[in-house]
Design a protein around this ligand. Structure first.
Ligand code: HEC
Length: 244
């Protein structure tokens, strides 16, 4: 499943070479950024996307929050701090509503990369032909509404022909630069929204860190393997006893 997603993202990268991603320096030492990201995530994303391997209290510990802060800032669903960060929306229902089920985002940062996610969160623009009235510059025909529009506002694409002097090739590659123009302002300035997008991506990168998963499950996996080995060895001894 993860592999398939990774492959398709690779294809996307190959096919969408002309889509420029904005770069975003990930900072996993910035706990405040990740805390804000977690808060945005719970408020704006978790209604549709679960994080099925994360528990609130684990996230709280990693990001340096107290259980009380978690209850006040992150848990709105009556869940307990020890519970998994999964949403209440049944997958079949959401698939019916959206045409496609919103994926769990635990490993999305590993599949897509931070730059892609950052560009995606900043890539929504008005497009009347789409069911939600928005399209996305790095995920064309995306089936997700622009859930952060109240923060960012709504913008439209404007194409500027590149200012190169006409070299007689009739504009050969039809080069045009895509820019955005704010149509409906949001509650945040552009800098504030950029920061919110970075916070969300920092949080998603933290969530997708494999080291964390290994820390949690690795030792048990090894113990189970050792147990199997011992059992297999004992069994073998047993067989050979009969053979001799
Ligand atoms: C109303 C439901 C809904 C909400 C809320 C929502 N999403 Fe989505 N999201 C979707 C759906 C549906 C898709 C699948 C889109 C598709 O494949 O066309 C999706 C896809 C995505 C993808 C792309 C996954 C891929 O295939 O690579 C990312 C990343 C994503 N969402 C991030 C977010 C983030 C971050 C938030 C919160 C800021 C959020 N979503 C909030 C419904 C939602």
């Amino acid at each position: 499943m993860v592999l398939m997603a990774a492959m398709s993202s690779h294809l996307w990268a190959a096919g969408g070479a002309h889509v420029e991603l904005e770069t975003m320096p990930v900072n996993l030492n910035d706990k405040h950024s990740m805390q804000r990201g977690a808060k945005y995530y719970v408020n704006y994303c978790m209604g549709c996307h679960s994080l099925q391997y994360s528990r609130y209290n684990r996230v709280a510990k990693d990001l340096g929050m107290t259980d009380k802060q978690v209850l006040n800032n992150l848990v709105f669903t009556g869940q307990k701090v020890g519970e998994l960060m999964v949403n209440a929306m049944p997958t079949e229902d959401s698939a019916k509503w959206f045409g496609i089920a919103p994926p769990d985002l635990t490993v999305i940062s590993r599949v897509r990369g931070a730059d892609w996610l950052y560009s995606y969160l900043k890539g929504f623009y008005l497009d009347e032909s789409r069911p939600y009235g928005v399209n996305n510059s790095v995920f064309p025909s995306v089936g997700m509404p622009h859930v952060l529009w109240e923060l960012e506002g709504l913008k439209k694409q404007v194409h500027h022909a590149e200012q190169e002097p006409d070299d007689g090739h009739g504009g050969g590659h039809g080069a045009s630069k895509t820019q955005y123009e704010l149509v409906v302002p949001g509650s945040m300035t552009e800098e504030e929204y950029d920061r919110a997008a970075r916070d969300l991506v920092n949080f998603l990168v933290y969530v997708g860190e494999p080291a964390k998963l290994v820390r949690r499950h690795g030792i048990w996996a090894i113990l189970v393997l050792i147990l199997f080995l011992v059992a297999a060895y004992a069994l073998k001894q047993d067989y050979w006893e009969d053979v001799h």
